[in-house]
Design a protein around this ligand. Structure first.
Ligand SMILES: O=C(O)CCC(=O)C(=O)O
Length: 292
C-alpha cells in the first residue's frame, strides 16, 4: 500500500484550478502533451493508414447509426483528404504508447480514478471544404445525453483529443464545445438541431501536440473547416471499467504486445472472463494502473 502511495505521488495531478475548470466548464486544454517528433511520427503513421485495411464508417441502411465496418482502405487516398479510422492500436507502437502516456494518462486517472479502461481509438482528418457544416452531439449514443453525473463525480466516460495540426483560427475544423453542458442539459435540445453555431458554442484553438480532455456528456463536435489546412486529430476514449470498450467485443490480439497496465486498460483482468468479472475490479487494480 505504501508503495502504491509513493508511485501515485509520482504521477502528475491536475492543479486545483484545472479541477475547477473541469467541473465548471467540462473540458481541459493541455498544451504540449506530444512533442514535435511524436506528432510527426503519428501523422506519418496516420497518413499510411489510408492504404491498409481497417474499420471505416459504414452508413449501410441495415446497420445501426455510427457503425464502422472492415474496409480495404480509406475512401480518400490523398493524405490531406477526409479520413475516419477506428481501432488504431494494431497499426504501430506509437498508437499503443498513447494508451497510457504521461502526463495525459496521469490526468485521466486523476479525473476518472483507477477503475478505468480504454474504450476507443480513432484518427480523423477533416480537409477544408464548404460542404461540411460541422455537427454537435454527446458521446455514448443516446445514453450519455440523458445521464449527467454531478460535477464532483468522476465521469462515466471521457476522451482525450490530440491535435496533430494547428487550429489557431475559428472555422478551421475546431473542436466546438458547449461549456457546462456536461452537468446542465441544454434546454430544448430535443426540439432543434444543435450545431457548432448554436448559442453557447465555443470554438477551441490549439497547437499540434496539445490535447483536450472532456467527458462524453459534454455537447461537442467539429466546426466547419474553411481554412487552408486539413485538420488531423487522434481520439482516445476511456470509460469506467464496468462499462466496456466500443471498439472490441473481446480483448484485442494487440494486447499481447502491451504492458500489464495497457493490457488491463484493454479489458484483460488477469483471468478469463466469467459472469461477475467487471462487477468489482481485480484486487491488483490500483497497483497495475498506478505503477504502469
Ligand atoms: O472533431 C472531429 O472531427 C470529431 C470529434 C467528435 O465529434 C468527437 O470526438 O466525438
Amino acid at each position: 500500500m505504501g508503495k502504491i502511495r509513493i508511485v501515485r505521488l509520482s504521477m502528475e495531478r491536475l492543479t486545483d484550478q484545472q479541477h475547477r475548470q473541469w467541473q465548471i466548464d467540462g473540458y481541459l486544454h493541455i498544451e504540449g502533451a506530444l512533442n514535435p517528433e511524436q506528432v510527426a511520427l503519428i501523422i506519418q503513421e496516420m497518413d499510411g493508414l489510408r492504404r491498409v485495411p481497417g474499420y471505416e464508417p459504414d452508413s449501410h441502411p441495415e446497420l445501426p447509426i455510427g457503425h464502422y465496418t472492415w474496409q480495404d482502405q480509406t475512401h480518400d487516398l490523398d493524405p490531406d483528404g477526409y479520413m475516419d479510422r477506428r481501432d488504431l492500436l494494431r497499426y504501430h507502437q506509437a498508437f499503443i504508447d498513447l494508451i497510457d502516456q504521461a502526463p495525459v494518462f496521469d490526468y485521466i486517472v486523476d479525473i476518472m480514478g483507477t477503475n478505468l479502461m480504454l474504450s476507443m481509438t480513432q484518427a480523423i482528418a477533416r480537409p477544408p471544404t464548404d460542404k461540411f457544416p460541422g455537427y454537435t452531439h454527446t458521446d455514448g449514443g443516446e445514453s450519455l445525453r440523458q445521464i449527467r453525473v454531478a460535477d464532483s463525480s468522476p465521469p462515466i466516460a471521457m476522451k482525450a483529443m490530440y491535435l496533430l495540426t494547428d487550429v489557431t483560427e475559428e472555422d478551421t475544423g475546431n473542436l466546438t464545445v458547449f461549456p457546462g453542458s456536461h452537468v446542465r442539459q441544454i434546454p430544448g435540445h430535443e426540439d432543434r438541431v444543435m450545431t457548432p453555431y448554436s448559442p453557447g458554442a465555443a470554438q477551441l484553438m490549439g497547437k499540434a501536440g496539445d490535447v483536450y480532455l472532456f467527458p462524453h456528456a459534454l455537447w461537442h463536435g467539429p466546426a466547419r473547416n474553411l481554412g487552408g489546412v486539413t485538420r488531423k486529430v487522434l481520439l482516445y476514449n476511456y470509460c469506467q471499467l464496468w462499462v466496456r470498450s466500443y471498439d472490441h467485443g473481446q480483448i484485442p490480439d494487440v494486447a499481447q504486445k502491451c504492458s500489464p497496465r495497457q493490457r488491463r486498460l484493454l479489458g484483460d483482468l488477469g483471468y478469463d472472463f466469467m459472469p461477475g468479472s467487471y462487477f468489482y475490479v481485480p484486487k491488483d487494480q490500483d497497483e497495475v494502473i498506478l505503477t504502469g
